[in-house]
Ligand binder design. Structure first.
Ligand SMILES: [Fe+2]
Length: 438
């Protein structure tokens, strides 16, 4: 009998070990499987941009580019034949728009309408499109995308910046799924904008995300150099945008990411500061921030360890996804506990619905607005009753931010084309005229 148990135990161990090895093999294959990919852009700075693409055959690729008014008279080429192309165009003018086309002998490339813009020192107005959990192609994704296009009269020159809040390619962030769920459906955006994306839990199931993207870890796009692809900052016009990976990185309050964030925010002088990461500190959507065992306690960790930093520097807006709905707070501070500890008298800086005022300079405890916008391709059925997030909708949609040096306006644009939620933060010393709650 004893022998039989021993045999069964050994057999089980062998099966588990084989499964483990097989699983690692599948993950590695999905992560690094070579597939064709048309040109896309990363590493946008004030004077350079990197264009990457993948061709079925090894070849020397060439990019032709010029200012918009030019005739593509400048060229840059690979030094040697490759399938994985990554060319950096440098020496560009700040805040300038260029057009480009890419030559390939083995990949059919659609060069119609390709352009890019370098980052700006100053800008009068900026329009940012924010999508979250957008990585499931189909009707929902298309409908949300089309409403954004309708909003800008199908004129992509009216858009300045594109932010993706994670879970950019369901189901598991494989190379193939990134093509099917991001690069192909958003093709016209990909030709013209850097997809500034944070990683989500589904993206993190494979290792493709950090293979596809290169990030400005040396401070190339602004802010303090982090030395890590997983967290970095971007300065563009009025915006200081901080991108954090809260999936793969230690979320301790004295961890490297938290320490870098403090250093970065300390020297930030831009009028508006956005912080972007996938797993939110507050949600009563498909994921519950009150549940410590939901999402490996990452929601609790963000709340306890990062919200104090957002408070200390008066971060204006925190953008997350993960729950597939829309949830939005008022201007708030110091809410580190579960939803039962939320106290309107202590946690709200301004108990307004749609207009808030803040000092022009980053000021401690001047309040932050938290937003979950994870319904850009799929929807959860959920209670949406978190007391800190009173503006909540079970609705597919995306977010449009319109920013000037002294105002930030945010709209939740639904798949029906309606604006379900809208608010403005003012830093121009004008008062708000709120219709409700003072
Ligand atoms: Fe998701």
């Amino acid at each position: 009998m004893k022998k039989l148990f021993k045999k069964i135990a050994i057999s089980l161990i062998i099966i588990v070990a084989l499964y483990g090895v097989g699983r690692i093999g599948v993950v590695a294959y999905d992560s690094y499987k070579f597939i064709e990919r048309e040109p896309y852009m990363v590493m946008q700075t004030q004077n350079s941009i990197t264009i990457k693409w993948q061709t079925p055959k090894e070849e020397i690729g060439t990019i032709h580019y010029s200012p918009l008014s030019g005739n593509l008279e400048q060229n840059i080429s690979d030094n040697k034949g490759t399938k994985k192309h990554a060319l950096t165009i440098s020496g560009l003018h700040e805040c300038a728009k260029y057009k480009y086309s890419v030559d390939s002998s083995s990949l059919k490339i659609d060069n119609e309408g390709r352009s890019f813009t370098t980052l700006c020192e100053n800008e009068k107005t900026q329009r940012v499109w924010v999508i979250g959990d957008s990585g499931e192609r189909g009707k929902g994704q298309n409908g949300v995308y089309n409403q954004m296009l309708n909003y800008i009269d199908h004129d992509l020159h009216k858009l300045n910046f594109w932010i993706l809040l994670g879970d950019n390619a369901y189901r598991s962030g494989t190379q193939k799924q990134f093509n099917q769920n991001l690069f192909e459906p958003y093709k016209e955006l990909v030709k013209r904008f850097v997809p500034w994306a944070v990683t989500g839990n589904h993206d993190a199931r494979r290792w493709a995300f950090y293979d596809i993207w290169d990030f400005p870890k040396n401070g190339e796009s602004g802010g303090v150099a982090s030395g890590h692809d997983e967290y970095y900052a971007i300065n563009d016009g009025n915006l200081h945008i901080v991108m954090l990976d809260n999936q793969n990185i230690n979320l301790n309050k004295d961890g490297d990411m938290a320490n870098w964030l403090k250093k970065d925010l300390q020297v930030n002088t831009k009028p508006w500061t956005l912080v972007v990461f996938h797993t939110p500190p507050y949600s009563d959507g498909g994921h519950k921030s009150d549940n410590s065992s939901d999402s490996g306690a990452r929601m609790e960790n963000m709340r306890e360890n990062f919200v104090p930093i957002f408070d200390e520097f008066g971060v204006d807006l925190v953008l997350s996804g993960h729950s597939h709905g829309y949830e939005r707070s008022k201007l708030m501070v110091n809410h580190l506990g579960k939803s039962s500890t939320f106290d309107i008298t202590k946690n709200l800086v301004q108990n307004h619905d749609s207009c808030y005022t803040k000092p022009l300079k980053m000021t401690p405890n001047s309040g932050t607005i938290y937003m979950v916008a994870g319904s850009s391709s799929k929807l959860d059925h959920a209670t949406l009753q978190h007391p800190a997030m009173p503006f909540s909708f079970e609705k597919l949609g995306s977010v449009i931010l319109e920013v000037t040096p002294t105002t930030l306006n945010s709209k939740f644009l639904t798949i029906d084309g309606t604006i379900a939620d809208e608010f403005t933060i003012k830093k121009n010393n004008t008062k708000c005229e709120n219709k409700t709650n003072g």
